[in-house]
Design a protein around this ligand. Structure first.
Ligand code: GRG
Length: 294
């Protein structure tokens, strides 16, 4: 196993243990909603966002322990967005993280509630974040709520829904993904930095890194939808093309999309210079994401 794979595995275990402690047990009533929350959370995601939170804390010289609550919060918010994004009235998907989607197992009404419960739980977990000299719990809360709100995550989904069936320009596509994908990656990193009492300069560097890494991540996600199988992805491959969705390969072609992903990754990496060796894991993750196969 490569050093990076071993690092990712170790961080995944840390995050999963913390998620297991934070989330309500399946025996707590009403059981269906708690079972459903755990069904989607423990379906085997990559845990990219929480791992970025932990690696950002490390880059700013912080303690992993302090970064675990926001790391879990971003994963819980991410999972809520997947549960709702997969609903029949949204992207209408049957498969996620290699399993039938939440509404396929629990029914549509319950899947909406499971998503709502996850989003609410994400704030409860975030409340366990210790404040630092520069960042109060209010700063941390606002970072998180603004990311999930109508100007970012939900705003991106609104643009996505409104763009259905239309020929979008590249600029319009970038707007969607700045909000839907890059915003949560950026907040994951910034929250890690905040738990480490990051300086303004460090937080700015994490923001630039997150923005470019987030866009690169989405370009690669679009490429994989065309080039990989459903088994490999754990979600329906070829879906974008089937529903005529605006994607980077559809607008730029496959070759130019690969070059764009590499360009954005390079830009992301250059913003890490101020951290020196402490950003070694963030750097390795950016390289790994560019070469990923699922
Ligand atoms: C309010 C209805 C509603 C939904 C929330 C933000 C959002 C709105 C939906 C986003 C869902 C989505 C599919 C975003 C695209 C980002 C993306 C590529 C997600 C997949 O992330 P991975 O590959 O997934 O990290 P795993 O399963 O590994 O965690």
């Amino acid at each position: 196993m490569s050093a990076l794979k071993a690092y990712l595995k170790k961080q995944q275990v840390l995050v999963d243990d913390a998620l297991n402690k934070f989330l309500p047990r399946v025996t707590v009533r009403p059981k269906t909603v708690h079972q459903g929350m755990r069904y989607s959370i423990f379906a085997g995601g990559k845990r990219l966002r929480p791992i970025l939170t932990l690696a950002a804390a490390e880059a700013c010289g912080g303690e992993i322990e302090n970064a675990l609550p926001p790391a879990c919060s971003v994963e819980i918010m991410h999972t809520y967005s997947l549960v709702h994004d997969d609903l029949p009235s949204m992207d209408d998907d049957d498969l996620r993280r290699g399993r039938p989607t939440s509404h396929k197992v629990y029914g549509e009404g319950m899947a909406i509630l499971i998503g709502d419960a996850l989003l609410t739980e994400a704030f409860t977990v975030l409340a366990h974040t210790p404040p630092t000299q520069r960042y109060t719990l209010k700063d941390i809360l606002l970072e998180f709520s603004e990311c999930g709100g109508s100007k970012k995550l939900i705003g991106g989904q609104v643009l996505d829904l409104e763009g259905e069936g239309k020929d979008l320009t590249r600029a319009q596509l970038v707007r969607i993904h700045e909000n839907k994908t890059a915003a949560l990656l950026t907040t994951s990193l910034r929250l890690g930095g905040m738990t480490a009492n990051a300086t303004v300069r460090q937080l700015d560097a994490l923001t630039t890194f997150g923005y470019n890494l987030g866009l690169a991540f989405q370009v690669i996600d679009d490429i994989l939808d065309v080039t990989q199988s459903t088994e490999q992805l754990g979600k329906t491959a070829g879906k974008d093309q089937a529903v005529d969705k605006a994607t980077y390969p559809a607008i730029l072609g496959l070759d130019k999309s690969k070059k764009e992903a590499a360009r954005l990754t390079k830009k992301a990496l250059s913003s890490l210079e101020i951290f020196g060796k402490k950003a070694q894991h963030l750097e390795a993750i950016a390289h790994y994401l560019l070469d990923r196969e699922f």
